[in-house]
Design a protein around this ligand. Structure first.
Ligand code: ATP
Length: 360
């Protein structure tokens, strides 16, 4: 399996710059996700890697081979898209064999490889069924077998699970990871589903208006988002506006309408000077909530507010807290029945490690 390099890729559709000097390096055997708000360029980038689009500028390399001008069928990529485009009236085996017949692989070899691919996706018992007689999840497995049977150089997946119900999605996403890892496949996966990305990716790129906003492991991107869009897109968060008033040991002091907060920049390379306007991103689960009884000024990294609403979700309770102009969403893990805080004054505090500073 090759590594994939996207080098300074730019694509325009008329006035729209869909990709703007995109640089990425995807390692051999890596399960790599492309994420970002609608229209950010995920599908356009995947189509360049598959060979359906030619860029205005830049290159795509599979290992050291420049494939920018190589047509799709000569790139030998396995593809699995949202509409799995199987032929409903043909059998499972014929559907999987198609790519090999096209490549004029000998019949005996086709038979062996189809059987193997069906076994890989645990569908060997279904070879003679018609596609129309399979469930959605089973069809998805066949689409995966069809992508794998050609022994692709890499696997490209565009929203492969979006037609499935929630339970099947969960099952299929671990199945996709299992197969990628078993075969050491280099795979690029486009999705809107951040849970899918957080749970099975090795690394991900978040795109923002055709540019790469951040590349990192799920933990890096979730805990240390570099920008507002990344913080907002991956997981839920609360933003507070503030102004930098100092720095000690990599921790910044920020003045907000709720007093002083200490926090760390999402991007370690970024050193905002004193006076810079910034945003603080703080996840709902990072807060500790307590009844606010005595009137004392809020200590650093805390604020006082009134609980407007509680939503009980079983493992967590979600509180809507109004603090001045701000409305925050806070989670309480393992909530006690009856202790609702609703309508009451609370003090919520957050550790400096959970306060991420991003550009305003
Ligand atoms: P979504 O999550 O909604 O699928 P995406 O991140 O995959 O979005 P792309 O489909 O790559 O986004 O589109 C990127 C930008 O390029 C958008 O502004 C889109 O409108 C534009 N675009 C994509 N394909 C074409 C096309 N064939 N002609 C003109 N504009 C296009």
């Amino acid at each position: 399996m090759p590594s994939i390099t996207v080098d300074n890729l730019t694509k325009k559709f008329g006035e729209v710059t869909a990709l703007d000097r995109v640089n990425l390096r995807i390692q051999k055997g890596e399960l790599f996700f492309l994420l970002g708000p609608s229209g950010c360029g995920k599908t356009t980038l995947l189509r360049h890697i598959a060979g359906f689009y030619t860029p205005e500028e830049g290159r795509i390399l599979f290992d050291e081979d420049d494939v920018t001008k190589v047509p799709p069928h000569k790139r030998n990529t396995g593809m699995m898209f949202q509409s799995y485009a199987l032929w409903p009236h043909l059998t499972v085996a014929r559907n999987v064999a198609f790519g090999l017949e096209e490549r004029r692989v000998p019949r005996a070899e086709i038979k062996k490889r189809v059987a193997r691919a069906l076994a890989d996706v645990r569908m060997e018992a279904y070879a003679d069924r018609k596609i129309a007689q399979l469930s959605g999840g089973q069809q998805q497995r066949i689409a995966l077998a069809r992508a794998l049977v050609i022994r692709p150089r890499c696997l490209l997946l565009d929203e492969p699970l979006s037609n499935l119900d929630a339970k099947l999605r969960l099952e299929m996403r671990s199945e996709i990871r299992r197969i990628c890892k078993e075969f050491g496949l280099t795979a690029i996966y486009v999705t809107h589903d951040q849970k899918e990305a957080l749970s099975i990716s090795d690394r991900m790129a978040i795109l923002e208006s055709g540019r790469v906003a951040q590349v990192g492991t799920p933990e890096e991107v979730y805990h240390r988002p570099h920008t507002r869009v990344v913080a907002d897109f991956i997981g839920e968060t609360n933003f507070l506006a503030g102004t930098v008033s100092g720095e000690e040991n990599g921790r910044f002091r920020i003045e907000t309408e709720h007093g002083t907060f200490r926090g760390v920049p999402g991007n370690r390379e970024w050193h905002p000077a004193g006076g810079t306007k910034v945003l603080l991103s703080m996840r709902p689960e990072a807060w500790r909530i307590a009844h606010h009884t005595q009137e004392s000024p809020a200590p650093e990294n805390s604020l006082t507010g009134r609980v407007e609403e509680k939503t009980y979700l079983g493992e967590v309770a979600q509180y809507q807290v109004r603090a001045g102009e701000a409305v925050l969403k806070l989670f309480e893990l393992n909530p006690r029945p009856g202790e609702g805080y609703v309508g009451e004054r609370v003090r919520a505090s957050v550790s400096p490690d959970d306060v991420v500073v991003v550009p305003a």
